[in-house]
Design a protein. Sequence first.
Length: 358
Amino acid sequence: MRNRREFIQTAAELAAGALLTGCGLLDAAPAPQAGTPVTRREVRVGGKRVKVVDMHAHAGIAELENVVKGTPLERYGQSGGRLGPDRIQELDKRGIDVQVLDINTFWWYAADRELATKIVQVQDEGLSKWCAAHPDRFVAFTSPALQFPDLAAQQAEHAVKELGMRGVAVGGHVAGEPLSAPRYDPFWAKVQELGVMVFMHPNSAENVAKVDAFAGAGDLGNVIGNPLETGLFLTHLIFDGTLDRFPGLKVCGAHAGGYLPSYLGRTDVACDVRPNAKCVNKRHPREYMHDQILADSMVFSPEGVRHLVAEMGPSQVVYGTDMTFVWPDTVDAILKAEIPDAQKEAILGGNLVRLLKL
């Protein structure tokens, strides 16, 4: 049986491998031939054209390969999700006006300080260059090296103030340690000071799953592990008091916030009824879901969207695709959800226009 270190390494390699082996929507689908016109979809609510903003998209920077060559992290250099004309064509096909890009497998959390500095620099500069070339279609989030919280704070400040990035992307943990631990407070303080949004993306819950927990059919590391990791991450921020210490934080959990919004009742009463809970949060969990915590729309059904809105409120749900991976698009689920048109417009883009200052 593999030890935990081997298991975590394998899980990380599998996550990266998914990007490299054609699981991506744009990588798997044949790209349209150069010059082939793509009709740009116009998304309408109540007959009115609305702005659509995608919160959840993957990207890769080709120049990264040279940075990690000859290092223990060399296998991650050939990142998937490369940016090119096919990405813009896919946006047009889906009716997406603006896409938020970030690099979110977070394998560089294992890098030493010098290498981590170079990796984040190349990633941020690559994303900034792409966004500058297509300013009406893309904005980006930085993904700093959180294993060094002071460095991560510096990287976030540079990315926002010097490169024009609109937010920060983080993983669910650093080598199994939750980001609600006190040593990450300097990073959270800087994010709050900058007044930008945080997007959290998981990687198969290797911080909580035992060896081979997700073996078998169904790609369970993704299907179950990802929402499990997201729910745990958000719950730590609540129960450990991070959101109270930094009340200005706005954190969006990928994949509809994991399991937390769908099983919120149990979390909401835990501190009241469990004598060993040792919670330090000042408010009930439900209250954080109404102002500081957001979720993307990746529940794939009109009823799922309606339920997210019912639990979190319309201001806390945003549209997301998980591009370049193959998942159903949720534009039509949002349009068909039994919620008012004003809420549909907010979810499709209005909330992010406000939060990201688009």
